[in-house]
Design a protein. Structure first.
Lengths: 241, 241
DNA sequence: TCAAAAGTGTTCCGAATACACCCATGC
DNA sequence: GCATGGGTGTATTCGGAACACTTTTGA
């Protein structure tokens, strides 16, 4: 830290020790998708307070650590996943949100293909599990509030940015994509219209591969064309669903 | 504060003194509308660091104060305005954002009718002034970044919620409303279509009053019907422009 | 041959757009 | 009368919703 010796910081002109008493943490809402349902990754706490309660993964921010780095570290520690896109959605700072001290927490969310790794239980967590966002256990602290705000943000973002693709395997069929969006948004699409709309966007790359071992006509596989999307975005195109 | 005596907080199991060193502040982006331009309220700092630079209004959060209360207090202290809707838009926590210490700041914005009061210069600010968002001075700290993020959030919100009405006097003509939205969004509307769209929403209350002293046919005055909007919103209506 | 999903084409309707036109007022 | 903005009506276009239909595979 720089100059913590100064008793006053002149721009506010108040005694530093009285005001520099905030703890700062990040909490991460990690979304996945399994069995047609949107899931969220929770851990069971092995320490007081809220021992044995389920909670979002999170940690205190180090004095020399940026917020987004803290969020990425939390995710990596639990899942081993690196360089995942994480989006800050809200800061929670109620006086009473933490039973022991004044801790302000910043909520981040990210969206991962939940089949690509196994969560790792750590020193502060007994176990980690995926929960459907429709069947949540009781949560520690104000994590229920944070989670709901995260879900709200996800549902909004998913309609305006191609965030949803991260939830699927790299190669997917159009029906898989449709079912994902139906789970995310809570309503049905017409098959024909959904296909038309998404294909006209020109952000899906058709592959010369097909689903295998299915008891019906095998569907063509597609993958999200990130490069093409970036180009279109610069030209003013905006994803809407 | 509660239990600051405890050297360890058990849920994270780390020494408290090493981690509870964050300062927390709020910074407010106050939008107004004058002469067909979107304006933002800035103050000129009378103290180091960044003495004489222009800055957003903001302050440290008190140990026993909620974030949104802190934001409201800042606004009230400078303008005398109470109970104004303020929306949190982002938390800024880069290690180097403050030259003296680690201060995390939470950005809020609000939107006011800028003619209804006079800003008050305070002990820490020489003067307060409205600046067009297209002609900004150099700003203190990372306030330029915060302001840009605030503008981005405003431009988004304004399309999906009837936020814009707060920028106008209570009673306004449809053309005034149209010009405001053109300034906010950066493009023109067709007069007839704009009227049709906004009137069909049924959220404007027509008054039996007209503009006076104008060198053309006097325009009918309207006011935003907050109650009616709330009712419609509950029924699932959503404002879109 | 049947079930199940893949994949296509077409009609219909409403909303957005473009544009033309008349109205009221002050100077 | 004419400049200025107020205010209305309508034809056209475009995209979305609804839905019917054909195709391909495994069992």
């Amino acid at each position: 830290m720089k100059s913590t010796n100064a008793y006053y910081i002149s721009d506010y002109n108040i005694p530093i020790r009285e005001y520099f008493i905030f703890g700062l943490s990040v909490d991460c809402v990690i979304f996945g998708y399994q069995e047609g349902e949107i899931k969220v990754l929770l851990v069971q706490r092995s320490l007081e307070p809220f021992k044995d309660h389920w909670a979002l993964i999170g940690d205190l921010v180090e004095p020399e650590q940026n917020l987004c780095d803290a969020a990425n570290n939390v995710l990596e520690k639990l899942t081993g996943l690196k360089n995942i896109y994480m989006k800050q959605f809200f800061a929670f700072g109620s006086i009473d949100r933490h039973p022991l001290d004044r801790v302000v927490t910043v909520g981040y969310f990210s969206v991962v293909n939940s089949l690509s790794y196994n969560p790792i239980a750590s020193s502060w967590a007994k176990s980690a599990e995926w929960f459907s966002i429709n069947e949540l256990p009781e949560l520690a602290f104000d994590h229920y509030t944070i989670l709901q705000k995260g879900i709200e943000t996800l549902k909004h973002e998913v309609r305006h940015k191609p965030t949803g693709f991260e939830l699927l395997p790299t190669k997917f069929t159009l029906l898989e994509l449709q079912l994902l969006y139906e789970a995310l948004l809570g309503y049905k699409f017409d098959k024909s219209n959904f296909r038309k709309k998404i294909l006209e966007m020109n952000i899906l790359q058709p592959l010369n591969e097909f689903k295998e071992n299915v008891a019906h006509r095998p569907a063509k596989l597609f993958q999200f064309d990130e490069k093409r999307y970036k180009v279109l975005e610069e030209k003013g195109f905006s994803f809407e669903l």
